[in-house]
Design a protein around this ligand. Structure first.
Ligand code: AGP
Length: 501
């Protein structure tokens, strides 16, 4: 460990040391699962170092894993191994040793800590969550679970009715920090991939309600540039897994620079959840498919609630706030509605099965939807796909347009609608092969003469529309992948948690 650089979680087994196993980690996650074969005895027990197994005489099984999902079918009791620790399993006993950096530098060695007294954590998940149930793939299950996952995300966080009749929100994990966030010089969203896209979708509403400038950072780019982060900043780290190495390193960087660090994760006990000053769990339930779907929609919803919480109760935006809260209450129903497009998306996938490329144009709230739809198509269907800011069309992408290249244009009702109508006309004039997503009843206004294919979705409050709009694109990516014969849940070369830089 003295010589290794970077992030790792390693297990060693040697024929020279039979019945022994060594595990160690730095940066990457590592969990020790403890299953008492005589269950019930070890409830809420603390971990007391060596001879743990033989202490009360109960036989135990031990599991080492980087992910709780792999443990849950065996045990819910886990010890989260921390950076610099070494786990030594020997003849049924387990000891944990701490690598002491200082001693190491001076030529010292591993030393047993004075006491390892961390309590075993109990995983809050059920084995059913990791079963596919009636679905063929996890991605399919997770797309269809979204009405329920969103309900869970919002549970206890939206307040409507009661004695004061006020509509308001509550984020327990942030309530002591809201004042500081409101006073910050700016809010910086930091994440990677889908989590970055979710933050991008939420950015406009946060800007509108908080009045604080909001900037966006892809974690790796922030680190490459060593971009400025100040103590007056609030840095919001968005990560489904809570273990993404780039996001984690950006968090360490922001902590060093003195910013208030907020975590938005789906994984209780993850390193990002633990190292941030405060945060919100999105409670989307366990997401197994490598392609993030339900976590994306829950992340946007949590960040919309965050915007409402930071925005406070100013009279000027009360009507707007109440409309958003009503929209949030109704969102699971709207998602149920849009999931009915499943067959339609499968039919569309059949038409696109042999294409080389797919462009997705969006703007405003739905620029993020364009990026996320394209990311889904490329990562699982292995088809080149690009999300394009429609406002940039004339600055380059227009050159690609011809009668062969399929283009999805997102043109649901919001302040950008008329601009998107004009984009459609211009693409149409270049004989573009258009698939237009619009609000129900708008087919004729976006596509006169039936010259293009239309996907009609339910209308919701503009800032929540990305949550609805992404669903048909998730379904399209899913069906394209199945039809093209690729692995939906484990796309080649990708991992669910990207724990290396
Ligand atoms: C999403 O479908 C991808 N698997 C990927 O972009 C992912 O969102 C990214 O690696 C960030 O992961 P995180 O949310 O766990 O930090």
């Amino acid at each position: 460990m003295r010589h290794l650089e970077g992030a790792y979680a390693l297990i060693f087994k040697s024929r020279h040391y039979p019945n022994e196993l060594i595990a160690c980690k730095r940066g990457s996650p590592l969990l020790l699962g403890v299953k008492e074969l005589n269950e019930g005895v070890c409830n809420a027990s603390a971990f007391h170092d060596a001879k743990f197994l033989s202490k009360n005489g109960n036989p135990k099984e031990l599991f080492l894993s980087s992910d709780a999902n792999a443990l849950i079918e065996h045990t819910k009791k886990v010890l989260v191994i921390e950076d610099g620790e070494v786990v030594h399993l020997k003849e049924g006993g387990v000891s944990i040793l701490k690598f002491d950096n200082e001693k190491g530098r001076n030529g010292g060695s591993l030393s047993r800590p004075a006491s390892v007294q961390r309590a075993l954590s109990i995983l809050e998940m059920e084995v059913e969550q990791i079963n596919k149930g009636k679905y063929e793939h996890y991605m399919q299950k997770e797309i269809h679970e979204q009405p329920e996952s969103l309900t869970t995300t919002m549970r206890g966080r939206l307040i409507r009715g009661g004695s004061c009749k006020a509509k308001t929100v509550l984020l327990g994990g942030l309530k002591d920090h809201l004042k500081t966030i409101r006073r910050s010089r700016r809010i910086v969203f930091i994440g990677c991939g889908t989590s970055y896209n979710a933050a991008l979708a939420a950015r406009p509403i946060l800007e509108e309600l908080s009045g604080v400038p909001v900037t966006m950072e892809i974690a790796s780019d922030l680190l490459d540039r060593q971009g400025p982060i100040y103590r007056e900043d609030t840095a919001v780290f968005v990560s489904q897994s809570g273990e993404t190495a780039d996001t984690l390193h950006a968090l360490e960087y922001a902590l060093e620079n003195g910013a208030l660090c907020v975590g938005i994760t789906n994984t209780v006990g993850s390193v990002i959840a633990r190292k941030t000053h405060c945060g919100v769990h999105i409670n989307a339930g366990c997401e197994i498919g490598v392609a993030s779907t339900k976590a994306y929609t829950s992340q946007i919803v949590v960040m919309a609630i965050l915007a409402l919480a930071i925005g406070g109760d100013t009279i000027s935006n009360q009507e707007r706030r109440e409309a958003i809260i009503d929209g949030l209450f109704d969102l699971p129903n709207k998602i149920r509605d849009v999931l009915k497009l499943d067959q339609e998306m499968k039919d569309l996938a059949k038409l696109l099965i042999a294409e080389q490329s797919l462009l997705v144009f969006g703007r405003g709230y739905n620029y993020a939807t364009a990026l996320e739809g394209a990311l889904k198509v490329k990562e699982v269907a292995l088809m080149h796909s690009e999300g394009i800011l429609a406002g940039e069309m004339k600055h380059g992408p227009l050159a690609l347009v011809d009668e062969n290249l399929p283009i999805v244009v997102i043109a649901t009702r919001d302040a950008c609608f008329s601009k998107q109508q004009s984009v459609i006309q211009q693409l149409h004039a270049r004989k573009g092969r258009l698939i237009v997503m619009c609000s129900k009843g708008d087919a004729a206004s976006v596509c006169s003469g039936g010259a293009c294919r239309v996907i009609e979705v339910s209308y919701v409050e503009d800032c929540l529309q990305p949550v609805v709009n992404v669903v048909p694109l998730q379904l399209l990516a899913y069906h394209l992948t199945v039809l093209r014969g690729y692995n939906v849940d484990q796309p080649r070369n990708l991992a669910k948690s990207v724990t290396t830089q």
